[in-house]
Design a protein around this ligand. Structure first.
Ligand SMILES: NC(=O)c1ccc[n+]([C@@H]2O[C@H](COP(=O)([O-])OP(=O)(O)OC[C@H]3O[C@@H](n4cnc5c(N)ncnc54)[C@H](O)[C@@H]3O)[C@@H](O)[C@H]2O)c1
Ligand SMILES: O=P(O)(O)OC[C@H](O)CO
Length: 340
């Protein structure tokens, strides 16, 4: 099976979380038949019987072409596109169970924005290892796409990146809906790094907000965050222009500015003095940066790249530093040229 050029094929979405559910709506609006895989039976039942996912997108009516199942084989049967939206640290274990049922030649699309702890691998790398798929079958969709806004069908753009441009174009055609405008790219690494790093920067911005600081502070952190992201990503081989685009600057601005962002909210709670453990206990949704700050910092260190924001955010999340100490330390660092 290879990817159909027309949006009439079946897409399997793993799993039925906030983004998986909102992206299923995009896929359905673009003309696809969508089967979401849910871990819990009550979620699948609510999707099929009430056309709603009350746990992750409450109050949102799902299109009739979106269904859900807890049966992996059923979700994947006949799907020429498989979309993955789990917490990044859970992908390897989940995909290992799902991979045997993925149709031969199906394209695998990552929506995830994290880097695996320990291996320091990006999600596309984990997908390649677990499924054996080549780069022409692995793509990434990343951009300023806060799921509650997408679920309300507010206009938004994004990037679909695949090493094989013709495949990126096929996916673009399959996900272009009346409210969702995808651009293509072949820079998978740049899109993934932009998506993962903005979460770490959003944690720092959230901390500044939680401490009561205003727009000068947040703009300063956002801008230096972009410089830090670009420094690491280009060192790893990304196109610097990718970081100036939707999957870089675009997502950074959306995530750092929006109270809807789980990462910014997590940072805000740290800034107000909550501990990481207290914050984890207060929400069931994933804030990828709280884990990826460690893997991105390790990645930067392994390449000799200066990453002060990741370094400080990691220390606050680990409880070795307060948010106020982080801000003080940012200002006190050795002065240097902006371009360095
Ligand atoms: N929500 C957004 O606005 C948004 C937008 C773009 C990208 N993303 C990215 O998408 C990914 C998923 O985020 P989300 O917002 O959907 O998270 P979420 O917390 O809302 O949902 C996570 C989903 O994964 C499932 N899950 C949790 N642990 C699992 C495990 N061990 N094995 C299998 N499934 C598991 C949950 O049941 C749930 O369905 C993240 O990498 C996130 O950065 C999210
Ligand atoms: O809610 P967040 O912080 O995970 O951000 C969601 C998306 O990645 C925004 O593009």
């Amino acid at each position: 099976m290879s990817l159909e050029p027309t949006p009439h094929g079946k897409v399997a979405v793993f799993t039925a979380g906030s983004w998986g559910t909102a992206f299923s709506m995009v896929l359905a609006d673009a003309g696809n038949e969508v089967a979401m895989w849910a871990r819990r039976d009550e979620v699948a039942r609510a999707v099929n019987e009430q056309h709603e996912n009350p746990d992750y997108q409450p109050g949102v009516e799902l299109p009739p072409s979106v269904s859900a199942t807890t049966d992996v084989e059923k979700a994947l049967h006949g799907a020429d596109m498989v979309v993955l939206a789990t917490p990044s640290q859970s992908l390897r274990a989940g995909l290992t169970e799902w991979a045997p049922f993925i149709e031969k030649d199906a394209v695998i699309v990552s929506l995830m924005k994290g880097v695996e702890l320990g291996t320091l691998e990006r999600m596309s790398e984990v997908i390649a290892q677990v499924t054996g798929a080549g780069p022409e079958r692995i793509a990434v969709v990343s951009g300023p796409n806060l799921s509650p806004e997408i679920a309300r069908r507010e206009p938004a753009a994004s990037v679909v990146a695949c090493a094989e441009e013709s495949v990126a174009k096929l996916i673009q055609a399959r996900i272009h809906s009346p409210a969702f405008r995808p651009y293509t790219s072949t820079d998978v690494l740049g899109c993934e790094l932009g998506g993962a790093y903005k979460n770490v920067v959003a944690l720092a911005v959230g901390m500044a907000v939680g401490l009561g600081f205003g727009d000068n502070t947040t703009a300063s952190v956002i801008t230096r965050g972009l410089a830090e992201t670009a420094r690491l990503a280009t060192q790893l081989g990304a196109n610097p222009l990718t970081l100036m685009g939707l999957a870089g600057l675009g997502d950074l601005v959306a995530t750092c500015s929006s109270p809807l962002s789980r990462n910014r909210t997590f940072g805000e709670k740290l800034g107000r003095g909550m501990t990481t453990e207290e914050i984890y206990a207060s929400t069931r949704q994933v804030a990828e940066g709280a884990k990826s700050c460690s893997s991105l910092l390790a990645l930067a260190r392994s390449r000799g790249v200066d990453a002060p924001i990741a370094e400080h955010v990691e220390a606050v999340v680990a409880g070795r530093m307060t948010a106020q100490q982080m801000m003080d330390s940012f200002i006190a660092r050795d002065t240097k040229a902006e371009a360095d």
